[in-house]
Design a binder for this molecule. Structure first.
Ligand SMILES: Cc1cc2nc3c(=O)[nH]c(=O)nc-3n(C[C@H](O)[C@H](O)[C@H](O)COP(=O)(O)O)c2cc1C
Length: 193
């Protein structure tokens, strides 16, 4: 086995595959948007807080700065085509506006005016966050921390406590237009068992 130095500009490709979550936001005027974002992680369990990084050129960046929160949905691998279209400015689709893009995805999207943004009605689940911190480290992405105010689990996939009942098949991006999903779950005993 050997290692060799790579291009520093492509270092993020080592952090793959990553789940392609959908981030739902609203403009200051209330228009819904939903885009795939893989730069997401949990940073606290009590309270429940998650962090995401969004490119400063995207409309979603403006929405996150203009409003009080966002939603996060977890698509299944079977929803790839729709998720790909929702990432239009990356996947090179041209839609006249965001409502047209949401419709063209052909995904079942739940959008109520009292929610921070739209969510995927038939994914693995979704959650809603109030933004508690907006950070800028001088890079090309804005960083947002949200505190979870509501979560819904797909009952075919998760039990009451959020433990999976079946193999999870989230949609994961390898890089560019290459995607994968999780294959088998491996279980190992804890040290004191
Ligand atoms: C699988 C996938 C993952 C993506 N992950 C991110 C991400 O982590 N951060 C980001 O800023 N954009 C990400 N994008 C790009 C945006 O989703 C895309 O450019 C979107 O069209 C921006 O739309 P907007 O301008 O309406 O906000 C991703 C795209 C895809 C297809």
């Amino acid at each position: 086995m050997s290692m060799r130095p790579g291009l520093p500009a492509k270092a993020h490709r080592l952090l793959a595959p990553r789940i392609a979550y959908l981030i739902g936001t609203r403009s200051a005027g209330g228009e819904a948007n939903l885009i795939p974002v893989s730069n997401v992680t949990s940073i606290s369990t009590d309270p429940q807080q998650i962090l995401l990084a969004v490119y400063k050129q995207w409309l979603t960046y403006d929405n996150l700065n203009a409003t009080a929160g966002f939603t996060l949905s977890v698509p299944s691998a079977a929803q790839l085509e729709g998720v790909w279209k929702l990432g239009a400015r990356y996947s090179r689709y041209d839609f006249p506006d965001r409502p047209a893009k949401l419709g063209a995805s052909r995904l079942t999207i739940l959008d109520r005016p009292d929610m921070f943004g739209p969510v995927l009605a038939e994914g693995l689940g979704w959650l809603s966050c109030r933004t508690v911190q907006r950070l800028d480290f001088g890079g090309d992405h804005g960083v947002y921390v949200g505190e979870v105010v509501h979560v819904e689990f797909n009952t075919d996939v998760f039990g009451d406590d959020g433990r999976p009942l079946t193999e999870l098949r989230p949609l994961m991006q390898v890089t560019g237009n290459h995607f994968s999903t999780a294959s088998e779950t491996i279980t190992i005993p804890y040290g004191n068992e």
